[in-house]
Design a binder for this molecule. Structure first.
Ligand code: AMP
Length: 411
């Protein structure tokens, strides 16, 4: 438990009041570490995942700074947040409005996939904060509707995801046009070489903080793996979702096509489900998320790209219909359950094709997942395949040691 209180962090009374109304009683570790750095006007590079409270960590001081300026507010934005996905951008915008509700923080959110007219109107009425995905932002800058000249705070949220989605040039394009001196804050769930290199081109003497190791999984998530033939996954999924303890579930697939097929299969089995992925329009995604949040839909079937912005309370189960190729996505996926101190269950359905990905997850977690065999679709073939893969890895490690060279597999 933190001994630092929000009131120790130099925030103004109206912002403290808003935090109390949000139900925040004490700062999270990232807030405790980041807020003094942001207050001091320094650049920051922070390794923190969604779910750690990072949005408040980077917005609170800026909201306060802008609100307490003695001079009359201008109409062009002072703070710009770049987010990789529309869901995350909406989430960040919603948080800023909540934290800034007593100081009149004016925000605009600029997203592709919806008409730009209302966004332009919003900008013309005057804003303090802009939260944007890169494509639409650049369009509006080029049209002369979004003015970057007065931006003093540039924030890059989920920088690793930004790079995964191929936004590196867009981010650089924007950063080159935000005047210096400025304060640049960069948040990333994982600190890859690409993220560091991007940061180095955007920041000056950045303070570095890391609040959770990349492979940290909340203690209150019960993780299980079930071995199953690929052809039986859909039936096993239906059985899991019909279980008594499954209230609200998020199911992950590796592809958009699979998400659509799985959602359709669930609907046919009488389970209210919606697919959510980047081919869906902004409106469709919002509608699906709302239905899920309100409990009209029990299951959301999602791909990794849209998942990070999903901050819905009460997700009892995360089910990996397919294991992710990138083991770190496993951590991001299962972090959607067990929010706000509640318990959650993460189940991975592993067929032969998933075995190497399961090995990757177990290497990252540094522990094997508990296998749940007590179901009618249990596949001994998958178990044998996993054992063979582990054996081969051990042999490779031994051979590597014999040659005096370290094996990547064994590390
Ligand atoms: P974030 O990592 O910014 O997406 O935040 C994850 C969740 O934690 C959101 O639902 C926030 O509303 C919530 N949150 C952020 N800061 C706090 C806090 N200090 N106390 C309790 N909840 C918080």
């Amino acid at each position: 438990m933190s001994t630092i209180k929000f009131s120790d962090l130099g925030l103004s009374q109206p912002v403290l009041r808003a935090l109390a109304e949000c139900g925040y009683t004490e700062p999270t570790p990232i807030q405790e570490a980041a807020i003094p750095i942001v207050n001091a006007g320094l650049d920051l590079i922070a390794s923190a995942q969604t779910g750690t409270g990072k949005t408040a960590a980077f917005t609170l001081s800026i909201i306060d700074d802008i609100a307490t300026r003695p001079s009359e507010k201008g109409d062009t934005p002072l703070a710009l947040v770049l987010a990789p996905t529309r869901e995350l951008a909406l989430q960040v915008d919603e948080n800023i409005r909540a934290y800034g509700r007593h100081v009149g923080t004016r925000t605009a959110v600029l997203l592709g996939g919806v008409p730009s007219g209302p966004q332009i109107d919003r900008l013309r009425r005057g804003v303090d904060f802009v939260v944007a995905t890169p494509g639409r932002l650049i369009d509006l800058v080029k049209q002369g509707e979004m003015i970057l000249d007065d931006v003093e705070f540039l924030i890059l949220d989920e920088a690793d995801r930004m790079l995964d989605l191929g936004f590196v040039h867009d981010v650089r394009w924007v950063a080159d046009r935000v005047p210096k001196p400025r304060q640049t804050l960069l948040f990333s769930a994982t600190m890859t070489g690409g993220v560091r290199s991007l940061a180095s081109t955007m920041q000056t003497d950045a303070q570095s903080i890391s609040v959770a190791p990349p492979a940290a999984v909340a203690d209150n998530i019960e993780q299980r793996v079930m071995f199953v033939a690929k052809a039986d996954k859909a039936d096993l999924l239906v059985e899991l979702l019909k279980g008594d303890d499954t209230e609200r579930a998020l199911v992950f697939t590796g592809t958009k096509v699979a998400a659509t097929i799985v959602a359709r299969h669930l609907e046919q089995a009488g389970i209210r489900a919606e697919a959510i992925h980047s081919d869906k329009s902004q409106r469709q995604r919002q509608r699906a998320l709302e239905a899920f949040t309100r409990g009209k839909v029990q299951v959301l079937v999602a791909t990794d790209i849209v998942a990070r912005g999903i901050d819905v309370e009460g997700i009892s189960h995360v089910i990996n219909y397919e294991l992710p190729e990138d083991a770190e996505n496993y951590i991001h996926r299962i972090g959607r359950t067990a929010r706000a101190g509640k318990a959650g269950v993460a189940v991975s359905l592993c067929c032969v094709e998933d075995v190497s990905y399961l090995r990757g997850v177990e290497r990252l977690l540094k522990t094997p997942l508990i296998v749940f065999e007590d179901h009618q679709w249990h596949s001994p073939t998958v178990a044998a395949c996993l054992a063979a893969s582990a054996r081969a890895a051990r042999q490779r490690a031994r051979a590597g040691k014999g040659r005096g060279s370290g094996s990547k597999w064994a590390r």
